[in-house]
Design a protein around this ligand. Structure first.
Ligand SMILES: Cc1cc2nc3c(=O)[nH]c(=O)nc-3n(C[C@H](O)[C@H](O)[C@H](O)COP(=O)(O)OP(=O)(O)OC[C@H]3O[C@@H](n4cnc5c(N)ncnc54)[C@H](O)[C@@H]3O)c2cc1C
Ligand SMILES: NC(=O)c1ccc[n+]([C@@H]2O[C@H](COP(=O)([O-])OP(=O)(O)OC[C@H]3O[C@@H](n4cnc5c(N)ncnc54)[C@H](OP(=O)(O)O)[C@@H]3O)[C@@H](O)[C@H]2O)c1
Ligand SMILES: *[C@@H]1O[C@H](CO)[C@@H](O)[C@H](O)[C@H]1NC(C)=O
Length: 426
């Protein structure tokens, strides 16, 4: 089995595959020289010393937006001495510890970028998994002049992350803006915006958290977005405004017709999916942030041995990866049989139609929110593995509610398990 990328998702895949070394052998490819993906903070923006695009979107002051009690993989706790909402370096340490605990590093080819993944029809008797395709995986050592190597695998598990390629919406007149324009992917620290008037466009996790982070340094922060207004109290220099309609120099006209002037424009508008290493023959299509044809956001319907961990958005990531990986393994070892391609595609279409019927825009094809729990339970049942504990779901929902009313203070609370439930402790 080949694993592409060793962030949290790829690491989780390696951890479970090596636990069944009777059935699976694994080679994981990681382009950087460290595991941890987005949790590997770097001051660098743009490209790294090897000319690769910087992968991580971490910033200096980032703390987790989930308490470590719900964020953890179900089979590996965070250091119990840490507070509930932890620094990015503590998450990276946790992933390093997980790799140590399960002896995972020996299976990872660091500094090796996957440049091409190509399906190859099997001849009779060739595939150990009983599937119709195998995979040529071409990888290239990073930063050295060496020829790429091609190896053949029974399955490929794609874990390359999707918070690295900035999505910048078209805005009329943007090119006339005289000040700095940045995407949250390149945001590192608030001092950079000392005494500036900054517009943060988009009020999802990045827009909300970075606005607060900026408020200590910037003169004024306009959190511009098109959602229902946040109800939480905000710092006195953070002002919610509607989204940007057009730009004329440093004057911005907003969707509601009002106007503001700003020095800097920070796009907190999210990211694109990208799989540059998948060959044309993989028949993967991305349209309006929807990846097709995927069954359960996980399996390529035409090539079930090509799977994707971590596609879903607005989720509790590590526990979901834990379940998804086990389902992929159950399919690969034959203990779970997938429906026919047609049935899988009908299921995916029904899920998509239901989302539209529920009022979600098409670009929310992989956005889960409260849908994640039923999804996780369904995946766990299919995989024949333990579901995510109810205490995790409960605390996730509780934190979500507290965050809504107290965005500024919710990360100061600590939680402790008592009588099977997490409770806040002071
Ligand atoms: C700013 C920010 C804050 C977040 N905060 C939280 C939080 O508080 N709590 C939480 O649970 N989640 C948080 N998340 C979500 C986070 O994305 C997930 O927790 C998780 O780390 C995603 O892991 P991943 O393995 O899917 O992707 P990534 O961490 O992005 O890892 C992908 C890996 O693949 C490698 N790779 C990519 N392409 C190739 C290739 N061609 N060849 C070889 N290697 C390749 C990359 O180098 C990278 O190491 C946050 C995300 C961001 C961006
Ligand atoms: N630990 C933390 O505190 C923390 C901090 C930052 C990020 N994160 C994590 O990082 C990941 C990425 O989050 P993200 O916030 O960067 O991306 P995201 O969740 O995809 O959010 C992007 C936001 O931008 C909005 N948007 C897009 N185009 C817009 C436009 N033209 N005008 C106004 N708004 C626009 C989107 O609106 P629509 O929804 O309408 O498309 C969406 O709300 C998530 O996993 C998140 O949890 C965590
Ligand atoms: C197949 O994998 C699943 C998921 O890890 C596991 O529960 C099951 O025991 C495995 N079955 C066989 C026959 O190896």
């Amino acid at each position: 089995m080949a694993v592409v990328g060793v962030g949290a998702a790829g690491l989780c895949a390696v951890r479970h595959l090596v636990s069944r070394s009777d059935t699976f052998s694994v080679a994981a490819f990681e382009q950087s020289d460290r595991l941890g993906g987005t949790w590997v903070y770097t001051d660098t923006v743009g490209t790294d010393r090897h000319g690769l695009a910087v992968h991580s979107s971490m910033y200096t002051n980032l703390r987790t937006n989930l308490p470590k009690e719900v964020m953890a993989f179900p089979d590996f706790e965070f250091d119990t001495n840490l507070p509930s909402f932890i620094k990015h370096k503590d998450v990276l340490q946790y992933l390093e510890d997980y790799a140590t605990q399960f002896s995972l590093r020996q299976h990872i080819k660091f500094g090796t970028q996957v440049v091409r993944v190509q399906p190859k029809p099997c001849c009779a008797g060739e595939s150990r998994t009983g599937f119709r395709h195998r995979w040529e995986v071409t990888s290239q050592p990073v930063g050295v002049k060496e020829q790429p190597t091609t190896e053949v695998f029974d399955a490929v598990i794609v874990c390359n992350g999707h918070y690295s390629l900035p999505l910048i919406p078209y805005i009329q007149g943007l090119e006339t803006f005289p000040g700095e324009i940045m995407h949250s992917h390149n945001y590192r620290e608030p001092q950079h915006f000392q005494n500036k008037r900054v517009v943060c466009l988009g009020a999802s996790q990045s827009g909300q958290d970075i606005s607060l982070d900026l408020s200590a340094s910037a003169e004024i922060v306009y959190l511009c977005h098109n959602k229902v207004p946040l109800v939480s109290r905000l710092p006195s220099n953070v002002h919610q405004k509607s989204g940007i309609q057009s730009v004329q120099g440093s004057l911005l006209t907003l969707q509601d017709g009002s106007q503001i002037t700003a020095d800097c424009l920070l796009f907190c508008t999210g990211y694109h999916f990208t799989f540059p290493f998948l060959s044309q023959d993989c028949h993967l299509n991305i349209e309006d942030e929807r990846i097709s044809p995927l069954y359960k956001h996980l399996f390529h319907t035409e090539f079930p041995t090509l799977s994707f961990i971590s596609i879903c958005k607005l989720i509790c990531p590590f526990p979901q990866f834990h379940i998804q990986v086990q389902l992929v393994m159950a399919v690969l070892n034959g203990s779970h049989r997938l429906p026919s391609k047609e049935e899988m595609e009908a299921d995916t279409e029904a899920d998509f139609k239901q989302r539209l019927a529920d009022g979600m825009p098409a670009r929310y094809a992989h956005t889960m929110g409260d849908r994640q729990w039923a999804y996780n339970d369904e995946m766990a049942t299919m995989a024949g593995c333990q579901p995510i504990p109810a205490s995790v779901t409960k605390l996730f929902r509780e934190v979500h509610e507290i965050r809504t009313i107290n965005l500024v203070g919710y990360k100061s609370v600590n939680y402790q398990m008592s009588h099977g439930e997490y409770r806040p402790v002071s």
